[in-house]
Unconditional design. Sequence first.
Length: 260
Amino acid sequence: MTALNTIQRGRAQLPRRVLLYGVHGVGKSTFGAMAEKPIFIQTEEGVNDLEVDRFPLAVKYGDVLDALSALYSEDHDYQTVVIDSLDWLERLIWAEVCAKRGVESIEDIGYAKGYVFALTQWREVLSGLDALRSQRGMQVIVIAHAQIEKFANPETDSYDRYVPRLQKQASALLQEWADEVLFATYQVHTKTTSEGFDRKRTQGIGTGERILRTTERPAHVAKNRLNLPDEFPLDYRIYAAFVRGDTPPTNDQEPAEQGA
C-alpha cells in the first residue's frame, strides 16, 4: 500500500468540539445541559440548579483527569462531556504547576515560564477529550466566562474585544483546538438622542434576547467550521440542527430554560 492508497475524501463524521464562552448568567451551562446525554465535569458550582448528571466538584487537577479516565475506560451511555468551566480548571492547573515546582504562585516562576509549563497540563486535558471524541464517540463542550481585553490590531488603532477569560497562551491553544468557538451574549441595540447644545446621549437597549455569535468580529473572537450563520438564538437545539444539516427549530417552539 502506498501513501496515495490512504487518501480520504469527504467530510469526517466526528462529534464536535465546542468552546462556548460568554457573559455572566447568559445560559452557557444550560446550552451544555441541552446536549445529547451530557455528563458534566464541574470545576465550579455552576450547575447545581440544573437537572444534569455530574461528577463531584473537582478540587484538584487530578480530579479532572480521573473523570476523563472513567469516561474513557468504563461502560456508560453518555454522549456529551461538558467541562464547566475552563477558567476554574485553569486555577487547578496552575495549582498543579506550583505544587510540582515548589512555589506558592505561578507568578513566582520567572520569565512567565509558569504559563508555558501549564500548557503541558492543558494538552493532557485536550488529549483526554480527543480520546473520548474519537474512540468513545462523545461530543465535547467546554465552557468559559468572558473578559474584555485590549487588542492591538496592526492594521488599525487598538480596541476592546470579548475573549475567553483565560491566560493568552492557553486561550490560543484552546481556540485552535476547538471546531467551534461560540460567543454567548445578550442582544443589545443603541439609541441616540439629542440633549441640546450639540450634545448627544447614547443608550443601550436590550430585550433580554440571548444569542450566539459564530464568526470573529472586532467586538469578539469566534470561529466555526460549519458555515454557520453569523448569529442565532442561544439554543442548543438550533446549533445541533445546523450540525446535522437540518432546518433549525423556529422561535414559536418552546424556548429553552436559561441559567448560568
